[in-house]
Design a protein around this ligand. Sequence first.
Ligand SMILES: Nc1ncnc2c1ncn2[C@@H]1O[C@H](COP(=O)(O)OP(=O)(O)OP(=O)(O)O)[C@@H](O)[C@H]1O
Ligand SMILES: [Mg+2]
Length: 392
Amino acid sequence: MAIQNMIGAPVTGENFYGREIELRNAHRYLNERQSLLLSAPRRIGKSSMAKRLINDKTDEGWKCVYVDLQGIATKETFLYKLIDAFTGVGIMDKAGTKALNVFGKALNFVNGINLGDQKLELNDQALTEALFNRLSGIFDHSKDTLIVIDELPLFLSKLMDENGKNRNEIEFLLNWFRSIRQNENSHIRWLFCGSVGLRNFTNHYAMSQSINDLVDFELGELPPEEAKGLIEALAKSYKLSIDKALIDEILDQLQWPIPYFIQLLIDRLILKIPNPQTRPVTHEDIEEAITALSKSDKFITWSERLAEYRNLKSMAQSVLDHLSVTDDSQTKDDLLKIVMKNQDPTLIEEVKEKITIVLEMLEHDGYLIRSDKYRKFRSPLLRRWWANKFID
Ligand SMILES: Nc1ncnc2c1ncn2[C@@H]1O[C@H](COP(=O)(O)OP(=O)(O)OP(=O)(O)O)[C@@H](O)[C@H]1O
Ligand SMILES: [Mg+2]
């Protein structure tokens, strides 16, 4: 079956394209019994990668489980989600499965129950810890197993309230995961994914030792050959005829060839050209597709995501607003001047500290690219969208 144009959900099976180097490295680490931390920008393809690894490892006979924490905001639903995912996939030993039943009852847990009906509230820290410790004792460490926990940092940052009141609970959860990983001779491997930087988070709250055994696994743009290959494969599926020079032009326009942007662009071309057999793609089609995307709602997640910057959100917004309409790259000092406008000048040192953090976060999250001391939008497409949405 030919590759399909997919925009949004994680891709699986034939629709997963490329990532050969990343797959090779991920398999090597997992085979060497290392656990991984995949912290990379939004929409880069983390969940697709995780699902592909699950698929590959299931084919090799491993036990695999995928836990998605998107939308989870309390430790009760987190626990529920874990138990639900671990039940019936063979990663608990026999005693564990029995214990789970007891455990499930303690949680008012009935298979298939709607999360909204969840009764339990773990107000008592001692009870929570007892339940988690019970759960950690029932893993079967003797079988090759891959457990993916997607969007863990997003969940943790939701759980942490503004004043860091839940810090200890979060440290407990991270140490709980760590203690399972530390089990001697364990065949369980973990892959934690997320677009919020888990290391920034644990450094900030002084709990970095809880994840210091994880290998950082990187996922970025596609290398040029894979980016071209994805365009060609999608074009072939939809009978679009794009000559090689135009493919180079697409890559030139995108500058940051992540699969999602390629899929969005191809989607526009498919919509624009209903009779591709008789009408090849032109330079104007590409220009129009890019313009249409820069006015679409396809990048709204990049703006919504700034909510996770909490008290740094308005500073991040000012930096991005400014960069979206400035042709030159900007230094930290240039940007400091922008955010200091309308501020009390005596706050400069405090603001300087904050802008350092904001710029690092924006770079980590794929909004900005830094070359020497200059910053600019990583993707010209995102930049045009930003200016169109917030400035023009
Ligand atoms: N290997 C791939 N082959 C083809 N398309 C891909 C691939 N990886 C990602 N995509 C494209 O990117 C989109 C987003 O992928 P995915 O959901 O895996 O990203 P993500 O990093 O988990 O995103 P989020 O941060 O929103 O959770 C997919 O819908 C698809 O269009
Ligand atoms: Mg995802």
